[in-house]
Structure formats: structure tokens, C-alpha cells
Design a protein around this ligand. Structure first.
Ligand SMILES: Cc1cc2nc3c(=O)[nH]c(=O)nc-3n(C[C@H](O)[C@H](O)[C@H](O)COP(=O)(O)OP(=O)(O)OC[C@H]3O[C@@H](n4cnc5c(N)ncnc54)[C@H](O)[C@@H]3O)c2cc1C
Length: 293
């Protein structure tokens, strides 16, 4: 890929420090520059962001536009590609300079390589599915300003925060995930969350546990949930249906606790324990607490 890299960040006075700072670090590492769009990311509105991004991309005329894998990118990517007359592909795990994007298909059982022929290629990529770029060529990135053109026809009237103060699940290095086998919300709060705290892990869940209302919907991992790529994914009381596995195909290690030795999850595990989680998790917590003391 060409070295002419532009990191576009939404930034306001309120959010400037964190975002512009992150943009500059990234730009330094990649030898690029930062382009700021004056929109407060905390006040995200799809139409405003899309319009501003479209204008910015028309000005910059990039060959490829890369987005991260959050829900915002998922709603922006195809619309941006359409407005710019380009092409779009989602959930990539690798991309080459020739605009070939690799993505998982059939729940991670196979990989498809998609050649994007129309530019700009708008691609959202799965976080942590490849190593960060190393080395930089331009240690002092140039900062350019950009003002949005706003034509919003819709607006968000209410925002509800589901989780507070937690990092994004997609960026987590360790994930403790529970399924229907946990039996209820108290299993999550009383057993799994204390374990996650000891491991410095993020919490996640299967769709069955989310649909039952035991945990927030934002915890769902899988085909219709989040795609994660942690170093360790600990699946507890999760059967390992293909739709769940589609969300963890990039996990470096999967471990499971399940009472059913024939549960499909064990086929994907390096480590597995066939036992009731209510017996295993307290023991794990004891051991971890002893190590940390
Ligand atoms: C179109 C579509 C999209 C879907 N998208 C998703 C998705 O994004 N994510 C997702 O997760 N699912 C998704 N599903 C649902 C998926 O097919 C499964 O139904 C779901 O993943 C099952 O969740 P589960 O493993 O928690 O529950 P179950 O299948 O009920 O499994 C529970 C497991 O817990 C074990 N268990 C029970 N008690 C204990 C105990 N005390 N200790 C230890 N283990 C115990 C059991 O042996 C069993 O293996 C989707 C389905 C469809 C049709």
C-alpha cells in the first residue's frame, strides 16, 4: 500500500486530546498525517459523520478507506462506498496493496479472498486480527483541519449507555464468555465477573444468554454479534454453535468449561474442562487469587 496515509479523526475540543493524540501516534507509526473533522464523536450522528467523511474523501481522493470493526463503521462503510462510487467489504482479517481482502466465511471454517475492483475500496477490518504496523517514516505528522458539511435529516433523540468505563470487546486480550449453561444472571455476576476481574478480562456472552436478558445485548459475540480476536477466549457453558464460533475464529486460544464432553466447542479448544462450571470457576478463582497475592 502507498505510504501516503491519512488518519481521519473526528475530534472536538472536548475529545481532542485522546483522539487527535491517538491519530498522531498512528500517523507517526505509518508515516502519514492526521486530518481532523470537527465533530464531537460523543455526539455521533450517522448522517453528519457520513456527509463529513464523504466530503473529506472526495478531497483526499484515497484508493482505500479502512475502518475499524465497530457498529459505527458497519453502518458507515457501505453508504460511504455508494456515495463515492467505490466498493465495500466488511469484516476483513487481511488486506493487500492490490486491494485483496481476506474474510472468514462459513463461521470461520473457510476463508474468502475478495478482489475489490472499484476504488475507493471501503473496508472495515476486524480488530486485533493482524499485528500493528511497525516503524515510521515521518515522525512529525502534519495536521490538517476539516469542517463538516451538515445535511442531517435524522437525529438521535436519546442515548443509553449499556456498559461504563470498559474497553471495547473487540480490543480485549482476554475474554470470559458465558452461555445458557450459566443458568441465569446471578451466575454471571457471582461467578464469571469475579473471575474476569482476576484475569483482567472483558465479559462476553452467547446469543442465548443475551436473548434471555441475563446480560446486556452489547456482550453478544458471534455471527450477529461482535467479532473478537483475543489472545484467550474462555467459553463457559457455551455449546459452540457455528454462529457463535463465527465471532471468535480469530481468537488465538480458546478454552472451554462444559458439562457435555461432546459439546462442539471442544473441537476448537486447546484446553477444555468437562465439568460443572460451578465447581471449576471457584477453584480457578482461588488459584488465581493465590498467585496474585
Ligand atoms: C441466524 C442466526 C444467528 C445467530 N447468531 C448468533 C450469535 O451471533 N452468537 C451466538 O452465540 N449465537 C447465535 N445464534 C444462536 C446459536 O445458533 C446458538 O443457539 C447459541 O449460540 C447457543 O447458545 P449457548 O451455547 O449459550 O446455549 P446452548 O446451546 O443451550 O448451550 C449451553 C451449553 O452449556 C452447557 N452447560 C449446561 N450447564 C452447564 C454447567 N453447569 N456447567 C458447564 N456447562 C454447562 C451445555 O452442555 C451446553 O453445551 C444464531 C442463530 C441463528 C439462527
Amino acid at each position: 500500500m502507498s505510504n501516503d496515509v491519512v488518519i481521519v479523526v473526528f475530534s472536538s475540543d472536548r475529545a481532542a486530546e485522546g483522539l487527535a493524540g491517538a491519530g498522531e501516534r498512528l500517523a507517526s507509526a505509518m508515516g502519514g498525517r492526521v486530518f481532523e473533522i470537527a465533530i464531537d464523536p460523543a455526539e455521533y450522528q450517522i448522517e453528519e459523520c457520513l456527509t463529513a467523511l464523504t466530503e473529506t474523501c472526495r478531497e483526499l481522493n484515497p484508493r482505500a478507506i479502512l475502518l475499524s470493526n465497530d457498529t459505527y463503521s458497519q453502518e458507515i462503510a457501505p453508504r460511504l462506498a455508494h456515495r463515492l462510487g467505490g466498493s465495500a467489504v466488511g469484516d476483513g482479517v487481511a488486506i493487500t496493496a492490490e486491494l485483496r481482502v481476506t474474510r472468514q466465511v462459513y463461521g470461520g471454517k473457510a476463508q474468502a479472498v475478495i478482489q475489490l475492483k472499484r476504488t475507493p475500496a471501503v473496508v472495515w477490518l476486524r480488530a486485533r486480527s493482524f499485528a500493528p504496523a511497525s516503524g515510521g517514516q515521518a515522525p512529525s505528522p502534519v495536521r490538517t483541519g476539516g469542517a463538516p458539511v451538515l445535511h442531517a435529516q435524522t437525529r438521535i433523540v436519546e442515548r443509553r449507555r449499556e456498559t461504563q468505563g470498559e474497553a471495547r470487546l473487540e480490543d480485549a486480550r482476554v475474554i470470559v464468555s458465558g452461555g445458557r449453561g450459566i443458568g441465569g444472571p446471578e451466575g454471571f455476576s457471582g461467578e464469571l465477573q469475579p473471575l474476569a476481574r482476576l484475569l483482567g478480562a472483558q465479559m462476553a456472552a452467547s446469543r442465548a444468554a443475551c436473548d434471555a436478558g441475563w446480560v446486556p445485548l452489547t456482550w453478544q459475540v458471534g455471527q450477529t454479534g461482535k467479532k473478537v480476536a483475543p489472545d484467550l477466549y474462555l467459553a463457559i457453558g457455551i455449546t459452540g454453535a457455528s454462529q457463535h464460533m463465527a465471532g471468535i475464529s480469530e481468537a488465538k486460544q480458546i478454552a472451554a468449561i462444559n458439562i457435555d464432553r461432546d459439546a462442539p466447542i471442544f473441537k476448537h479448544c486447546r484446553f477444555g474442562i468437562v465439568e460443572d462450571y460451578r465447581k471449576v470457576v471457584p477453584l480457578l478463582r482461588q488459584k488465581l487469587s493465590a498467585i496474585q497475592r
